[in-house]
Design a protein around this ligand. Structure first.
Ligand code: NAP
Length: 289
């Protein structure tokens, strides 16, 4: 296959293909970055068009979709009969728009999202999501699986990979910001973040156990309380807000939690489980903490 874009991630992708014994052509805007891969057996292409002509499967990983668009504009109808797998991060709109551009040039398009750091590529820890035509994924599945044990096909809608990427990033920042706010709170009493970490880990494992029940309630649109009611949770959130404010710790995050829960209670969900807050996230109007 061909790998276009040899930044930190592109180099890791190409190296994983090479380690697994796949003949790999590489191209990068700045040619010098191909050097170490060529030493590992990669074939350097002297032009982008030459790189795409070399293989039926072309994996692209560059900074953003503007860069992808610039590359596509240079290719004309060279994408005819090619499967382009774009592992550049972006939004679902950008993925769908790129799929149309590739289709107009006669190519097939899979949009992907890499949920891993470069050093994890090619290992059991790497999750790489794909969406687009099933036939295109299945035609190249064995080689795409080389990138990580968590290689997953999500469906025909090209936007699905980016959408999962966004949802998972939101979860990651929610968890990390919660940890950091808690660390700041404990720091006021001289408790360091390392001492907080085991408690945080236990809480995260417990919260992970709640998710299947929450998911069922979100999918059903019915939120019978299975642990505490939203009224009870709102009282606990109030403690967090007051504790933060009185200790001089930034309370923006707890105040956002309170605003969301307040609105859910005002909407009649005081006796529901916390999962009822999903309705506040579906409402695009801004919450004022
Ligand atoms: P990077 O190290 O900064 O590399 C960026 C690559 O994009 C380079 O090959 C660069 O070429 C190329 N590029 C940028 N603008 C270009 C243009 N206009 N035309 C042609 N090539 C262009 O970034 P990276 O870490 O490899 O990330 C690449 C993508 O993977 C991003 O979308 C990122 O969000 C995603 N990703 C990265 C990670 C990670 O941990 N690194 C994890 C998940 C997803 P030059 O070498 O010529 O500048």
């Amino acid at each position: 296959m061909t790998v276009v874009g040899l930044g930190l991630m592109g180099r890791a992708l190409a190296a994983a293909f090479l380690r697994d014994g796949h003949p790999t052509t590489v191209w990068n805007r700045t040619p010098a970055k191909a050097g170490p891969l060529v030493a590992q057996g990669a074939e350097p292409a002297h032009s982008l068009r030459g790189a795409v002509a070399a293989s039926p499967l072309v994996v692209v990983c560059v900074s953003d979709y503007a860069a992808v668009r610039g590359l596509l504009d240079l290719l004309g109808d060279l994408l005819h009969d090619r499967v382009l797998v774009n592992l550049t991060s972006g939004t679902s709109d950008q993925a769908r728009e790129t799929a149309e551009r590739v289709a107009r040039r006669g190519g097939a398009y899979l949009d992907g999202a890499v949920m891993a750091v470069p050093r994890a590529i090619g290992t059991a820890d790497a999750v790489v999501l794909h969406s687009g035509p099933r036939w295109a994924f299945e035609a190249h599945e064995p080689v795409l699986r080389v990138l990580g044990a968590g290689t997953t096909y999500l469906g025909e809608d090209h936007g699905l990979s980016s959408l999962h990427d966004a949802a998972l990033l939101g979860l990651m920042w929610s968890v990390v910001n919660g940890f950091l706010q808690g660390s700041a709170l404990l720091g006021t009493a001289g408790v360091d973040a390392a001492a907080f970490t085991p408690f945080a880990g236990t809480l995260l494992a417990t919260a992970a156990d709640w998710l299947p029940t929450y998911a069922r309630q979100v999918d059903d649109g019915a939120y019978p309380p299975f642990d505490a009611t939203l009224d009870t949770q709102l009282a606990a959130i109030e403690h967090l807000v007051r504790e933060s404010e009185s200790l001089g710790v930034n309370a923006e995050l707890p105040r956002l939690f309170r605003a969301l829960a307040d609105r859910a209670v005002a909407a009649g969900h005081g006796g529901s489980s916390y999962a009822a807050v999903v309705e506040q996230f579906r409402d695009p109007s801004e919450v004022r903490p």
